[in-house]
Design a protein around this ligand. Structure first.
Ligand code: AMP
Length: 173
């Protein structure tokens, strides 16, 4: 499916200079959403997984649907202060300043085989912080999947250099 024809691009949102890539038109279209899940499932072929990890907030949409399709569980990485204690935290750089991601300490069992799912890889900072969290929980990270990858920001290469895990994506800009 030609996902790019459905993705809505908005200039200068949320701040000047950013082209925001909105996946909501795909989720709103039953056939497109189904096709997206089939294509993501293909990226998972050959991986034995115990649980899908979705990153707040838009990684939850595809992550939870994929987990259900694969017949496995789902756990979330959330922004600071959203999960009850005990949690593990990792900070990461934003374009200006920094932010913190958290996961519940009991979200995984040692050695759980996980796949990380998010909607967009931009600078890669969000995924790198999520990998830090999962490594602290001794997860076995089998892959990283994003629907969109923004090539000019080089996020995927940064992720792979830092974590040794390749990023798989369906659409590149
Ligand atoms: P980063 O940590 O820089 O890789 O940013 C990734 C997160 O920011 C993702 O969870 C996206 O939801 C969001 N994001 C960054 N840039 C964009 C963009 N141009 N359009 C839509 N979402 C974006």
């Amino acid at each position: 499916m030609d996902y790019k024809s459905l993705i809505k691009s908005t200039n200068d949102f949320p701040i000047e200079g950013i082209i925001f890539r909105d996946l909501n038109p795909i989720y709103a279209n039953g056939d497109a959403f189904n096709s997206l899940l089939i294509d993501i499932e293909k990226l998972c072929q050959g991986k034995t997984l115990d649980i899908i990890i979705g990153i707040e907030a838009r990684g939850f949409i595809v992550g939870a649907a994929l987990a259900n399709r694969l017949g496995i569980g789902f756990a979330c990485v959330r922004k600071k202060g959203k999960l009850p204690p005990p949690v593990i935290s990792a900070s990461y750089e934003l374009e200006y300043g920094e932010d913190v991601l958290e996961i519940s300490e009991d979200a995984l069992k040692n050695g759980n085989r996980v796949l990380i799912v998010d909607d967009v890889v931009a600078t890669g900072g969000t995924i790198i912080a999520s990998v830090d969290l999962l490594n602290t929980l001794k997860a076995d990270i089998k892959g990283i999947v994003s629907i969109i990858e923004l090539l000019s920001l080089n996020g995927s290469n940064k992720i792979t250099q830092k974590t040794n895990i390749p990023v798989q994506s369906l659409c590149q800009y």
